[in-house]
Write a protein that binds this ligand. Structure first.
Ligand code: RM4
Ligand code: MN
Ligand code: MN
Length: 419
């Protein structure tokens, strides 16, 4: 891949854009370093074309195994220098030879982010079905099977150097009367306690919530209140994970984020975007202002606690690409996240606070929207450039015909494990 030539050709235009930005806004000291440090984990299940229950349209050249998934994330990271981690879903991606997998990831400059368990699907060799739930199940044997699976996932993660387990449960009910809510809640907490007890001391447990789907009447960990109350019962290593697509329409996610962070119980993120529900679309593709407002709260809340932006929360994408090239789509998501982060770093917090204390509502809006309407793409590109990445990753991906190369190497009819 000829990054140097690509950058050379775009350099004059890039410099012009960056100079203009610098003439327009005061860049706070250290902003480039913060952008350079910020890495976003790529989920192993987002490297193939997704599907819906109506069908799936494979794009070709999809990774056929974990090794090829790591190679794909390595490619993304080479292009943008900001995708330096991979998040695995077990059993979709069991590392059979962990030492070799770890070495391969290291060759690509990749770390292993949170490992994800799966008790929302039945596996072929499984004794008990999750049709009626897993950690909440009425049968102790089924609950134990789901607990054991999570402990197994932790073991895989330990071998790879992960530091967190993400638990997302589809447990709930489809019809009124089907479930005793209190029993389901208590059984879930009891099961989670056993998983929590198996966590290494330097690990976190992220408990993800989701409003609905696949269950359509109730979800046991259905909102941040349920997750928050559960992680509080578990202990300091348990925290809530916010997946942007898991809220009911119009929920004020930035406020949820702000409060969880203030309470010390925000663990991490699954970035995506949506119009209606858990659409898993490209981050920032539908509601970029919301993404910015979320980052505005994140920067504000993390700074208030003296947290390290890059390291103290788990940053992951959780997306599914039905009509785009998954790699191009992930490049777009990472860039959208970086843009929102860069803009949040530009907010004049002192001025905003003064305007708030003076009840100057107009000024508050002006401050936020002036930043949101600032084109910071050159700044994000500069961070990439300084790290050795491409000024325009998608353009380079296309120039070098990378998808064609992958199709040649892997075939036109490959199907990646995952959604
Ligand atoms: C769920 C949830 C989980 C992800 C699965 C694949 O909707 O977002 O995080 O592991 O999808
Ligand atoms: Mn998720
Ligand atoms: Mn989801």
């Amino acid at each position: 891949m000829n990054i140097l030539n690509h950058n050379e050709a775009l350099l004059a235009q890039h410099t012009r854009r960056l100079d203009f930005l610098k003439s327009e806004v005061n860049l706070p000291a250290g902003i480039l370093q913060k952008l350079k440090d910020f890495q976003i984990a790529i989920p192993s299940w987002a490297l193939g074309t997704g599907g819906t229950r109506f069908g799936r349209f494979s794009g070709g050249g999809e990774p056929r195994n974990l090794e090829e998934k790591i190679a794909d994330v390595g490619l993304l990271h080479q292009l943008n220098q900001s995708s330096g981690a991979i998040s695995l879903h077990i059993p979709w991606d069991i590392p059979t030879d962990p030492a070799a997998i770890r070495a391969l990831a290291a060759q690509h400059g990749l770390a292993f982010d949170a490992v994800n368990s799966n008790t929302f699907q039945d596996q072929a060799d499984q004794a008990h079905s999750y049709k009626f739930g897993s950690l909440q199940h009425v049968s102790a044997a089924t609950r134990k099977q789901a607990i054991d699976h999570n402990i197994e996932v932790i073991k895989h993660g330990v071998e790879l150097g992960s530091k967190a387990l993400t638990v997302w449960l589809s447990d709930g009910s489809c019809f009124p009367g089907q479930l005793n809510f209190r029993k389901a809640y208590e059984r879930t907490v009891d099961s989670l306690r056993e998983i929590y007890a198996a966590l290494p001391a330097d690990w976190s447990l992220y408990l993800e919530y989701k409003a609905y789907e696949p269950n359509f009447y109730s979800t046991t960990v259905g909102d941040w209140g349920a997750s928050y109350s559960m992680v509080n019962k578990l202990g300091p290593q348990a925290k809530t994970l916010v997946d942007l697509g898991h809220h009911l329409p119009n929920a004020n996610i930035e406020q949820i984020v702000s409060i969880l962070l203030m309470e010390g119980k925000l663990g991490g993120f699954h970035f995506n975007d949506s119009k209606y529900g858990d659409d898993d679309l490209t981050a920032g593709s539908i509601k970029p202002y919301q993404l910015f407002l979320i980052f505005n709260e994140l920067v504000d809340g993390m700074d208030a606690k003296g947290m390290n932006h890059a390291k103290d929360l788990g940053w992951m994408i959780d997306a599914s690409h039905n009509v785009k090239d998954p790699l191009e789509d992930l490049l777009q998501s990472v860039e959208a996240i970086q843009i929102a982060y860069a803009q949040a770093l530009l907010v004049d917090r002192k001025a905003l606070e003064e305007a708030r204390e003076a009840n100057d509502v107009v000024r508050c809006q002006e401050i936020l929207q002036a930043v949101f309407r600032t084109d910071v793409r050159a700044l994000v590109a500069q961070a990439r450039l300084e790290l050795g990445g491409a000024l325009d990753p998608i353009a380079l991906f296309r120039q070098e015909k990378m998808r064609d190369q992958l199709i040649k190497a892997r075939g036109a009819k490959t199907v990646a494990t995952g959604l």
